[in-house]
Design a protein around this ligand. Structure first.
Ligand SMILES: [Zn+2]
Ligand SMILES: [Zn+2]
Length: 250
């Protein structure tokens, strides 16, 4: 499967990432990508860029090294109602929103003694995120520390037209997530939910590194039509339908 856009990447603005936007764009060019979404962590509560950083994102040129740049953010899901820490002050400057669970913003529920209860909590949070019109894609959904009722969530995502990310970095940074990534990718196919493949790179050398995600997708029998960033036409059609970065479209 060919992937033409890396839709979840970090720069030094995320504090725990190590490359600049220029280095990432150069790496995206070297990897033959058409699009790069730069999605630093949001401002709250730690490890992210400032409000001012996101309000000022329009300073990043629309293309760098011939790669089209989406100005994005990785927002935190912060409670069991699915609130995300997006601030109205910068929404006009942002094209692309990934929303994810992170333990510093939403401690994983302790579910050793009651898995169903934990699934109820995370399902409620995800249903809240799905209702938020500002969010485009739910990031690293396969994190096994955040279990949920897959059928309930997939039905809701399918109706919303939002996307589910198959995160290539999960195998490294969220150990044990492979099994739930399989389950989720299979459910996306069954419920006709669009997927994205992303590197979640925290260093430029990882930009365009999708092999773990592609392996999962091939093993569940996903076709290119299930993955929005598998062709420029498919991705731009999705952008057009959702009013994303009209000045970038071919
Ligand atoms: Zn993340
Ligand atoms: Zn990330």
């Amino acid at each position: 499967m060919n992937i033409i856009a890396d839709l979840h990447t970090h720069t030094i603005a995320s504090e725990h990432a190590y490359s600049t936007i220029n280095e990432n764009a150069q790496a995206a060019y070297d990897a033959g990508l058409t699009y790069l979404a730069t999605t630093d962590h949001s401002a709250l509560p730690t490890g992210g860029a400032s409000l001012y950083f996101f309000s000022n994102l329009t300073n990043i040129p629309r293309t760098l090294y011939g790669v089209k740049i989406l100005r994005g953010i990785e927002a935190n899901i912060i409670n069991d109602r699915g609130m995300v820490d997006l601030h109205p002050r910068y929404m006009k400057s942002i094209d692309w929103v990934v929303a994810s669970f992170h333990d510093f913003a939403f401690p994983p529920p302790v579910f050793e003694y009651d898995l169903e209860k934990a699934k109820d909590i995370i399902t409620d949070a995800l249903l809240g995120v799905i209702r938020d019109p500002r969010v485009h894609v739910i990031g690293h959904v396969g994190d096994k520390r955040y279990p949920f009722h897959v059928d309930t969530v997939m039905k809701a995502i399918s109706k919303s037209g939002k996307l589910v990310e198959i995160n290539a970095n999960s195998v490294n940074s969220r150990p044990g997530s492979e099994e739930s990534c399989f389950e989720i990718a299979s459910a996306c196919i069954a419920y006709d939910v669009g997927m994205t493949v992303s590197s979640d790179a925290h260093h430029s050398s990882r930009i365009g590194e999708f092999s773990h995600s592609i392996d999962i997708l091939e093993r569940v029998g996903a076709k290119e039509s299930h993955v929005v960033n598998s062709s420029v036409e498919r991705l731009e059609e999705w952008f057009q339908e959702h009013g994303i970065a009209p000045d970038l479209l071919s």
